[in-house]
Design a binder for this molecule. Structure first.
Ligand code: IFM
Length: 475
């Protein structure tokens, strides 16, 4: 088509896909693995859709060789996975399980033999249950245990892994797990969520130090889920609501990690919540702001909010208000209600599709926190995929989503943002937490009863983008 053109990524741009241990591995009793908070939570009646659990998940633990070949067939130069802490330290502390580490050694070696660089996430939400029994992330001691665990994984894999991510989406671990109660450990306690935030961040800083001590030259970062937050209108109450949500989701993590300070407005918001941020001690922020080699950003969608008092005004303005704040303890605390703009496509997760939001976010991080290497560690969408009579999955909506978001990355690069990599969530369909197996994000269809893998059309499309190092125009 006239005007269409191919857009190239910079030389050495790191394409990849990403998964996490509890979502794909299954084999929860294999190799002496201990229990995690997600084993406990997913087996709690009513906690997940249909009572789904990660007991089998995508059966990746048993299908490792097949999945390694799948990764090789995709041809992306990197693959990001998470290590299950309960496989490495079944009790969350003390003795390290060589059997547990052996699985990750096989994974890392298998990737390298196939020319794929492993990127290791240390924590993707599967805290060993014994640590939860001792207070979990609300207990300061858990941060120290994480540093020990980071050192153990670093010692085992450090000679073969260059890029490390301490935590994936600590906002979810703290606020979805401790305030909304939708993720493990299933609490609805704002003071616990704030304390968990601090200890997760402290463990990040301690983990960075432990990794660098164990692995000289390790490139270390953190993966934050960030969203542009918009107000439903210019009304001061809506603007204030948007600022509170931005504070809780974005600045509460960016500011301490990159500037060594907590945002004052967020601290004030939680002044009466106990234990809350009162758990912070002198010197903690120095640890938390240990300089990083890169910042990982997970982006899916922007968010628009109104103040509860402005819900009728939002409806009158044509916005859709899907649920009341009464059903969302965090929304009630932040005095903010999610709304959707008319005409904007929603995925089955209820997330808006807006690639330009990614450019906006990247430009903001670059502007507000200074130029630094960035990796998009997660981006992708759930879709109503199905296997057609020919045995194929034509996920055109996912291809369009990826095309749009990769273009948004290129837009940011053209505006001077230093984006070094992009990882699709996810390689495989998998256990989508409280949504169970109802949401499919994979480039590869997984038939859960049999474990059979079927690469979707998006798999071939992404393979071609990676091969060309460029985004094709339409037509
Ligand atoms: O599946 C999750 C992942 O574990 C963390 N980031 C968002 C994904 C999609 O919800």
């Amino acid at each position: 088509m006239p005007g269409d053109h191919t857009r190239r990524f910079p030389e050495g741009f790191l394409f990849g896909t990403k998964t996490s241990a509890y979502q794909i591995e299954g084999s929860v009793d294999a190799g002496g693995r201990g229990a995690s908070i997600w084993d406990t939570f997913s087996h709690t009646p009513g906690a997940t859709r249909n009572g789904d659990t990660g007991d089998v998940a995508s059966d990746h633990y048993r299908r490792l060789e097949e999945d390694l070949d799948l990764i090789a067939a995709l041809g992306a130069p990197a693959y990001c996975f998470s290590v299950a802490w309960p496989r490495v330290q079944p009790d969350g502390a003390g003795a390290v399980s060589q059997r547990g580490l052996d699985f990750y050694r096989r994974l890392v070696d298998g990737l390298r033999e196939r020319g794929v660089a492993p990127v290791v996430t240390l924590y993707h939400w599967d805290l060993p249950q014994p640590l939860q029994d001792a207070g979990g992330w609300t207990a300061r001691d858990t941060a120290g245990r994480f540093a020990d665990y980071a050192a153990a994984v670093g010692a085992a894999l450090g000679d073969r892994v260059g890029l490390w991510v301490t935590h994936n989406e600590p906002w979810c671990a703290s606020w979805v797990g401790h305030a909304k109660g939708e993720h493990a450990p299933g609490l609805q306690d704002l003071g616990a969520a704030a304390a968990a935030t601090h200890h997760l961040l402290l463990s990040h800083g301690l983990g960075v130090r432990a990794l660098r001590a164990a692995v000289p030259g390790a490139q270390v970062g953190i993966g934050l889920n960030l969203q542009p937050i918009r107000a439903a209108s210019d009304h001061e109450e809506d603007l204030a609501a948007a600022s509170r949500v931005d504070g809780n989701l974005n600045r509460l993590f960016l500011d301490p990690v990159l500037r060594g300070e907590y945002p004052e407005d967020v601290l004030a918001q939680h002044a009466d919540d106990r234990p809350g941020f009162a758990v912070a001690r002198d010197g903690d922020l120095e640890v938390i702001s240990e300089p990083l080699d890169f910042l990982g950003i997970n982006y899916y969608a922007p968010k628009t909010v109104c103040a509860p008092s402005r819900m009728d005004a939002a409806r009158c303005a044509g916005l859709w208000v899907p649920r009341s704040p009464a059903t969302d303890p965090l929304g009630a605390a932040l005095r903010a209600v999610d709304v959707h703009r008319p005409g904007v496509e929603l995925t089955p997760m209820g997330w808006e599709v807006e690639p330009a939001g990614l450019t906006e976010l990247l430009v903001r991080v670059h502007r507000d926190y200074g130029p630094r290497p960035l990796h998009i560690l997660e981006n992708g969408r759930a879709a109503d995929d199905y296997v057609d009579p020919r045995g194929e999955v034509h996920d055109a909506a996912r291809i369009e989503y990826l095309r749009g978001h990769l273009g948004a990355v290129l837009d940011a690069i053209e505006r001077g943002v230093d984006v070094r990599g992009y990882f699709v969530w996810s390689l495989l369909d998998n256990f989508e937490w409280a949504h169970g197996f109802g949401m499919r994000f994979g480039l590869t269809w997984v038939d859960y009863p049999s474990g059979t893998r079927v690469p979707k059309a998006s798999f071939a499309w992404y393979r071609d983008v990676v091969r060309a190092g460029a985004l094709p125009g339409h037509g």
